[in-house]
Design a protein around this ligand. Structure first.
Ligand code: UDX
Length: 463
């Protein structure tokens, strides 16, 4: 198949390189000439494990090329993918579709022969129809079909997610377009990937419903973690206990400082907006957005309380700034809220992140940056883990203790073993982890402040 990929950002580049790896001839288009120039030289503008090799291999094999000019690539293509950005629109939180619609208009002018126009960008329901209308209006005689084929790529695991997906969703309305899409994804038949063919609206809703459900799952376990902290329960055991029920599943039940990134915050907002417009408000999703926003802000308070109510004049070492490990992406990262609130409370922040410091320096110009995790711990009055980079798990607590001014850790990703750190003399706080000795439970039902021991769960159960 000859494929044109319009937009060589994160989704376009990963999808283009993976489609080339499937054996198709792919041209990735981008308006930014400098980016195209660098891509041609094998320089990858984003951090994604394995992507550089995939791009270089496929460029060498002659299956992957880059260009700034859309017209020729689209004219020669059997399928044109739209993979441009759909950022959150200022003001109302809806997805900004300007880039999608202008790409559609440009594609319309360039179409030659029957072409399938595939929307890969995350777009609200109704966009596929609108793209179809734009093209039809500009070129009434053009032979084309619009297809919705949402992406489900996790940053840091995007290549695996594309090459070995749980499923592929394709919203398509003619047999001709169905056959083109089936041919594009044929290599996945070898690994028996379910391919769900449905209509365009259903594919569009599926993308948002999937992300909103995952965001809800995370928010749910985060609130359960808060409860665990109050009553002396351990959220990891709770997550395992409920996750072993096949109807619930174990993934996305890891508590933390709240979800961030380029997708969940943006997509939950856009879904809530679309649903209100359609007079079918998604009240659960709206709550998830609010609870998550509040949580990100509240995490700094957790650190302050742990430091006996004040961080004024203290040095806070921060480990991890990106919204999750294995990416340099800082978009909607919980660290942005946490660091800002700690600074506002009078702390000096010294942070280390294996990949995100360049972008973090732009977004948080007032903080200092360390050269390593140990460097960030050096002289710190408290160390706060915000992102669970694998290398942090291997840190030697004895060395951290020697370096820190006060051995205190607030572990917002639960990467350390509380017992181990406490036995070494650290003051330690995680997320939703049972205190080993005494949990103080103020329970109105008991009528007074009552100290409840490690038997808290049983005692509470008997109330
Ligand atoms: C997500 C979806 O997983 C992907 O399918 C979609 O196409 C794009 O959005 P991504 O944003 O790259 O991918 O990251 P993901 O791994 O899903 O994590 C999102 C956020 O949730 C991160 O901030 C992460 O730290 C948080 N998270 C995830 C948790 O706090 N707990 C979990 O158990 C899982």
């Amino acid at each position: 198949m000859r494929i044109a990929m319009v937009g060589s950002g994160y989704v376009g580049l990963v999808s283009g390189a993976c489609l080339a790896q499937f054996g198709h001839d792919v041209i990735c288009i981008d308006k930014v000439a400098d980016k195209v120039g660098r891509l041609r030289k094998g320089e990858i503008p984003i951090y994604e494990p394995g992507l550089d090799k995939l791009v270089v291999d496929n460029v060498r094999a002659g299956r992957l090329t880059f260009d700034t000019s859309l017209a020729e690539a689209v004219g020669n293509a059997e399928a044109v993918f739209i993979a441009v950005g759909t950022p959150t629109r200022r003001g109302d939180g809806h997805a900004d579709l300007t880039f999608v619609y202008s790409a559609a208009a440009e594609i319309a002018e360039a179409l030659r022969g029957y072409t399938v126009v595939v929307i890969k960008s995350t777009v609200p329901v109704g966009t596929g129809r609108e793209v179809s209308r734009i093209i039809r209006e500009a070129r009434p005689e053009a032979e084309f079909d619009v297809v919705s084929n949402p992406e489900f790529l996790r940053e840091g695991a995007a290549i695996e997610d594309f090459m070995k997906p749980d499923r592929v969703i394709i919203g398509v309305e003619t047999n001709r377009a169905h056959d083109v899409m089936a041919a594009i994804y044929r290599p996945l038949n070898l690994i028996q990937t379910p391919i769900v063919f449905t209509n365009i609206e259903t594919a569009e809703v599926t993308k948002y419903a999937g992300n909103a459900f995952l965001a809800t799952k995370i928010t749910f376990i985060n609130e359960i973690a808060d409860l665990c902290e109050k009553v002396g329960a351990d959220v990891h055991d709770v997550a395992r206990g409920i996750g072993l029920d096949g109807r619930i599943g174990r993934k996305f039940l890891h508590p933390g400082p709240g979800f961030g990134g380029s997708c969940f915050p943006k997509d939950t907002l856009a879904l809530a907006y679309t649903a209100r417009q359609a007079n079918a408000p998604q009240t659960i999703v709206e709550q998830v957005i609010e609870v998550n926003d509040t949580r990100k802000k509240r995490m700094a308070q957790k650190v302050i309380e742990f430091c006996h109510g004040s961080v004024t004049g203290l040095t806070v070492g921060v480990l991890g700034l990106t919204f999750k490990p294995n990416t340099d992406d800082m978009r909607d990262a919980p660290s942005l809220d946490i660091v800002a609130a700690l600074e506002a409370a009078g702390a000096q922040v010294v942070a280390f992140d294996p990949a995100g410091m360049k972008e973090a320096a732009r977004l948080m110009p007032s903080i200092s940056f360390a050269e390593s995790a140990y460097d960030a711990a050096s002289g710190a009055d408290v160390l706060v883990v915000i992102t669970e980079w694998p290398e942090f798990r291997g840190l030697d607590p004895r060395r951290l203790k020697q370096l820190m001014r006060q051995p205190r850790i607030v572990d917002l990703r639960n990467i350390f073993e509380p017992e181990e750190l406490r036995s070494l003399g650290f003051a330690y706080d995680g997320v939703g982890r049972r205190r080993p000795h005494t949990a103080t439970v103020t329970n109105k039902l008991l009528g007074n402040d009552t100290k409840i021991s490690a038997r808290a769960p049983e005692l509470l159960g008997s109330l």
